[in-house]
Design a protein around this ligand. Structure first.
Ligand SMILES: NC(=O)c1ccc[n+]([C@@H]2O[C@H](COP(=O)([O-])OP(=O)(O)OC[C@H]3O[C@@H](n4cnc5c(N)ncnc54)[C@H](O)[C@@H]3O)[C@@H](O)[C@H]2O)c1
Length: 405
């Protein structure tokens, strides 16, 4: 029996498409790259040449009208996410939507209603730090069993690095994806953070926010450098712009149109309170001062990152499978990045772009709802939207959505 192939169209042949999604899709026996679309012809031509895309389009609406597609991967900048998703869903296509889902609750509600009306499968990125990431399962279970005790507080300060790294000073390219007003700015670049908090501590009840544009003048690598890079790539496994962009001169001046410095103070439904800061330092931090999620409960502390997937110290030692001589239970990062089939998995053993692609295609073929579904994405979106509203009004924002199960 021949394998049924899910016919996929990609819109946005930018960095995440060529570095992560397309190299994975081109090897999937259960998927086919039917069409690609971008406003730059050189980018779609490169995707035909490198990844075997069958058709190429300049106009998204033409692609979803004319190409024979089961699913669309929306990999453009945030300003297009809502109209592109609604158009795909309304024509019965399954969707993988890159972050952020939307910038407002109203838009997230529209997408959620449209997806449920149409009965299509929709996966909202990022799946990193969500229950789709296998390593979270044991940590979630330990918290459920009471390893941290009564809820107290948490802090999440991501983005710090001990050496020069992509995150320093902000994204080196992509004004439309990361800096324009309709990008949502730094907060909407970081749904990874509220996702991690919700995965471990459950749904959010309210949020207070404070936001500023602190360093409006930014310098980026000009857009055409990516075109030049792609035109010169001959190996589909070497189409990761991150390998070169950090060393290119940032000569294009832009004015940031969205906040680059945002605090969100969360009150979680089950009593935890904590703060998340979205911002990117311009310089490294000293060794031992890495950020990440720190959770402090009455019976134990939990630290995410810092060389391990998670580290826990707890007076409930009976719950911990083992502890090191210093009393800590450490969960190593799973998997060996050097042994994954394609180069440059991004986050330890879990490459969320690959995992999401596989999960969505599985869900389509097996008629299952994705774990990172529209209701999940909407709750995470509302946590970010709520901070924006609170920063504007000076009042606490009460969440209207929650998660069940
Ligand atoms: N860069 C990363 O490492 C990274 C990581 C995770 C998520 N993301 C998310 O992925 C998305 C894309 O990011 P990126 O880094 O690939 O950006 P990018 O700027 O490299 O890619 C976006 C692509 O979309 C194309 N595009 C823009 N408007 C279009 C339109 N109307 N029709 C067709 N094509 C259009 C652009 O020409 C560009 O090729 C963003 O939402 C971003 O938040 C990026």
């Amino acid at each position: 029996m021949t394998q049924r192939k899910v016919k996929v169209g990609i819109v946005g042949c930018g960095v995440v498409a060529t570095a992560y999604y397309l190299p994975y899709l081109m090897r999937m026996p259960e998927a086919e790259i039917t069409a690609v679309c971008d406003i730059y012809e050189g980018r779609t031509a490169a995707c035909v040449r490198l990844f075997g895309a069958r058709e190429q389009y300049r106009d998204y609406y033409e692609m979803i009208r004319r190409a024979d597609l089961d699913a669309v991967f929306i990999l453009t900048g945030p300003g297009t996410h809502v109209p592109f998703t609604l158009a795909a869903v309304e024509t019965g296509k399954h969707v993988l939507l890159q972050k952020p889902m939307a910038l407002t609750l109203d838009e997230a509600n529209k997408i959620t209603a449209a997806v449920r009306r149409a009965g299509v499968k929709t996966l909202i990125e990022p799946s990193q730090n969500s229950p789709l990431e296998p390593a979270y399962g044991p940590v979630m279970e330990l918290i459920r069993q009471g390893v941290l005790g009564a809820p107290y507080w948490f802090t999440l300060i991501p983005g710090a690095a001990t050496t020069y790294h992509a995150s320093l000073g902000g994204n080196p390219y992509g004004a439309g994806a990361f800096y324009t007003e309709d990008s949502g700015g730094i907060l909407f670049d970081f749904p990874y953070a509220p996702s991690q908090i919700v995965t471990l501590l459950g749904p959010c009840k309210s949020v207070m926010g404070s936001s500023t544009i602190s360093v409006p003048d930014r310098y980026l690598v000009p857009e055409e450098k990516y075109n030049e890079f792609l035109a010169g790539v001959t190996d589909p496994d070497q189409a990761n712009y991150w390998d070169v962009v950090l060393d290119l001169p940032k000569t294009e001046h832009i004015r940031t149109g969205a906040p680059d410095n945002v605090f969100s103070l969360y009150e979680m439904a089950n009593g935890w309170t904590g703060v998340f800061h979205a911002g990117r330092p311009f310089h490294p931090v000293p060794k031992g001062f890495l950020g990440g999620l720190h959770i402090y409960g009455s019976a134990g502390n939990l630290f995410m990152g810092g060389g391990h997937f998670a580290s826990i110290i707890s007076s409930r030692r009976d719950l911990l499978p083992h502890v090191d001589a210093d009393g800590w239970y450490r969960i190593p990062v799973t998997g060996d990045p050097s042994k994954t089939p394609w180069p440059k998995p991004t986050f330890g053993g879990f490459n969320y772009y690959h995992a999401s692609t596989q999960h969505l295609i599985d869900c389509i073929l097996q008629d299952r709802d994705p774990i990172v579904n529209v209701e999940w994405g909407r709750h995470i979106t509302e946590m970010m939207y709520g901070a924006v509203v609170s920063a504007r009004t000076g009042k606490r924002y009460e969440m209207t959505t929650t998660l069940t199960g």
